[in-house]
Design a protein around this ligand. Structure first.
Ligand SMILES: [Zn+2]
Length: 405
């Protein structure tokens, strides 16, 4: 096991307090801090500390994939198949979806053939992999994810009492299924600017009226989110499209899984995120980055879904597990109590142990490693018998390892 130093990513939507606070640094930070990456992604690998030397985890794994990854080396081409992050969103992120493996392969090949440079901002597919992702809330985490039951969406659109939305609500009411959602989403996301310029202010007025009205206000979070999105991205068709999505709030410890084709946008919050090691994102709006609506429409899954919340399940070893169908990763959480005995971190390697609250001591044979909150360790495949103990109070650990297929 080796201490792992994460790569800090600064994006405009990040927070000047959340990550710094978590890692015990002064606040506010000089820049908005959005993500802390623990992984071997070529764009920004974490670094392992070995006897005072620092090496990129990418190179470290590539040197001896068999030693570091064990049997997973063969399965995933000698590369660490997942990327673990701490994510701190102060502002909404883009409206996006990720492709399936087949879509990613076809898209990557096509962009190679048509000679879109790999580092071009116009590039949709930077690799040929899918990108299932799971986020676990560290505090309240708000997001839009998946298409809401169309019957409920019709109720929402009518509750806003906006004349310009009437015909759209009728359209969806006449076809309350994935085809109706596809038609409505496609119409809205491609509305000519002059139509949008009239409709959007009407919708925002409707939201304001709705929020200040009397009586039952069951769509309060949806109306608020619409206003917030419009403030952050004025005139963006994604604000309308967001009306079709489930609006959800995760309590600390709850997870959200985003399968291929699930349209989503994180709104705000602090969480631990794990995903397949891919950078393939199709964006539909709410961002200054590259948006490719036709390609997004090709990969989207319009089937309405319930909230894709993943509740932790006891794993039988003192940890809880977030079960997903992704073969690239498995995420478990240990809540260690003060003064507790040493807890074996079963099957921690190959993978990453991340401390998210308190301090822990990791023990392996004769060696020891102390992790304070915000710090992580790389666990080689061979280091199967790691134990952990909380120091000075309760502590929380996340163990990210390669999934069991
Ligand atoms: Zn995503």
């Amino acid at each position: 096991m080796h201490e792992l130093v994460g790569a800090l990513r600064s994006y405009a939507w990040g927070s000047r307090t959340a990550l710094a606070q978590l890692c015990g640094r002064p606040v506010p930070s000089a820049h908005p801090e959005a993500e802390l990456w623990f992984g071997a992604h070529p764009a920004d690998p974490a670094h392992v500390l070995i006897d005072g030397d620092s090496r990129s985890l990418l190179d470290f794994v590539a040197d001896d994939p068999q030693r570091e990854l064990g049997p997973a080396a063969g399965e995933f081409g000698g590369k660490l198949p997942f990327l673990l992050k701490i994510l701190a969103a102060e502002e909404p992120l883009s409206l996006q979806a990720h492709p399936s493996t087949a879509q990613a392969r076809a898209g990557f090949e096509w962009e190679n053939r048509t000679k879109v440079p790999l580092d071009s901002p116009m590039r949709n597919y930077r690799d040929d992999n899918h990108k299932p992702e799971l986020v676990v809330a560290l505090d309240r985490f708000e997001a839009l994810a998946g298409f809401r039951d169309p019957h409920r969406t019709v109720e929402l659109l009518r509750a806003l009492q906006v004349d310009g939305l009437g015909s759209f609500a009728d359209l969806l009411a006449a076809q309350p299924d994935s085809d109706g959602l596809r038609t409505l989403f496609t119409t809205w996301i491609t509305l000519p600017q002059h139509v949008l310029a009239t409709l959007l202010p009407e919708v925002l007025d409707g939201c304001v009226r709705y929020l200040s009205g009397k009586g039952k206000r069951e769509f309060t979070p949806e109306a608020r989110t619409t206003l917030e999105l419009a403030e952050a991205y004025p005139g963006d068709a994604g604000v309308l499209a967001a009306l079709l999505l489930n609006r959800l709030t995760l309590e600390p410890g709850q997870g959200l899984f985003l399968a291929a084709g699930n349209l989503h946008a994180y709104l705000r919050g602090l969480g631990v995120e794990i995903m397949a090691n891919s950078d393939n994102v199709l964006r539909g709006g709410l961002t200054p980055k590259h948006v490719d609506v036709p390609e997004l429409l090709r990969v989207l899954d319009f089937e309405p879904i319930d909230l894709p919340v993943v509740l932790p399940e006891p794993a039988g070893d003192g940890s809880v597990r977030y079960r997903t169908p992704a073969p690239e990763f498995e995420l478990r959480r240990f809540d260690l109590t003060e003064g507790s005995a040493q807890v074996p971190l079963t099957a921690a390697g190959p993978g990453i142990v991340l401390c998210t609250s308190g301090s822990v001591r990791l023990l392996h044979g004769e060696s020891e490693l102390t992790l304070h909150r915000g710090a992580a360790a790389w666990i080689s495949a061979a280091d199967s018998d790691i134990r952990a103990r909380a120091l000075d109070g309760p502590a929380q650990l996340f163990c990210a390892c390669v999934g069991k297929v």
